[in-house]
Write a protein that binds this ligand. Sequence first.
Ligand code: F6P
Length: 485
Amino acid sequence: MARVVIVSNRVSLPKRGAKAGGLAVALGEALERSGGLWFGWSGEVVDGAVPPPRTTTARGLTTVTVALNRQDYEEYYNGYSNSTLWPLFHYRLGLLEVSRRNTEGYLRVNASFAAALAPLLRPDDIVWVHDYHLIPLGEELRRRGVGNRIGFFLHTPFPVPELLVALPGHRRLVRALTAYDLVGFQTTGDVKAFLGYMVGEGGGEADAQGRVRAYGCRIRAAAFPVGIDTAAFAALAAAMADGPESRRLKASLRGRRLVLGVERLDYSKGLPQRFEAVERLLEAHPDLARQWEFMQIAAPSREDVARYRSLRRALEAAAGRINGRFAEFDWPPVRYINKGVDRATLAGFYRAACVGLVTPLRDGMNLVAKEYVAAQDPDDPGVLVLSRFAGAACELDAALVVNPYDADEVADALADALTMAREERIERWRAMMAVLEANTAATWRDSFLAALAEGYGPAARTNAASVSASVSSSERGIPLGAAGP
Ligand code: F6P
């Protein structure tokens, strides 16, 4: 069996005793079975020289992590990854920040990751690179003579070509994806956007199976919707339903129904719009007043990026405004919690919530939506209100699917959810559970790895040569910001 090597910005192997996410468990299993390793950033930022990569092996799982120096952290992580690609890939052109410095930092870190990883690879390893931080990594590995099968999976959405072309150097960035044998996306919409770019902008050819010829390479693109460990999460939620935190939560509600939102504090999650929808519910449905409470858990995230700090202030103001307008001495309609809550406790909270409110403005998949469904009591499940712009809506169409920009529509869906008959709740929940049981984190992992092992055909292995050839010497080393139109 070939060794699997995972590369991602963060390395998140399950820790002993902690309830790890389904994705980390699924990837960890692939490593354990194949004796592979996980390579990425250690999360450390150092002043001065970066120490050599650190290798740790525990319970058959090996990680190799590297620190970032302050400049790389600013330019690669806060800069190009999270202030350029993140807003662009989430359809927020107005938030796009473009800087040659950050672009160079992004390329520099990808090159240094490749330089550290290449000597660790064996000829038969299967390499699986994850997410927008590391798009050029495959190309950098090819430049170092790595001829292995290399796959890439994008966890975020992929923007339609009309948006993507707003990025200076977009050609250079997208062409880097042709260094991979297989490029995986969350939804068929993302695949379509990618193929649209390859044909329309890249002058390539694509067939219905997602086989693409462009920039002198042949690669395959396909959708692999990320799943969760459905059975394990359902069991965890059932066990946590009677845990001390869930009991305290239920006691504090005093019979009121809980509407729950849980996410990282990120502008892609549509939190200001969600708060507006809750306000609209209070205005438009006074009949339901005092029968519910909305609790938003928003874990701080990327706080070194200014946009995230201003969002935090905006939400604090919104929560205060709504409670100021509508709270009674014994009923605060909004509980706003600006800190992370551990997974096991969350599982119990999902089960306690009559409504899961998941309304991102754009999201690759959204696993909170899936975990909320898996956590429900089969005899008395809650209702999922889900944004049509979350990748999860492609699979969970038995949710109440809403447009998160339309506060009235979301408010009406909340009212419907709060008053929905048990039979309809059960019917919708069963339909969604069937999807989650059929497509788990393990099926996602196995289908991606099987497709990668299968490859495109005999030409796939020629990528190392063709990528080098397709990057002319005049373009080598030119930052993305300078190469595009
Ligand atoms: O979903 C995208 C993603 O970047 C993940 O890769 C990551 O785990 C999550 O968001 C949290 O973001 P960050 O790693 O920037 O804290």
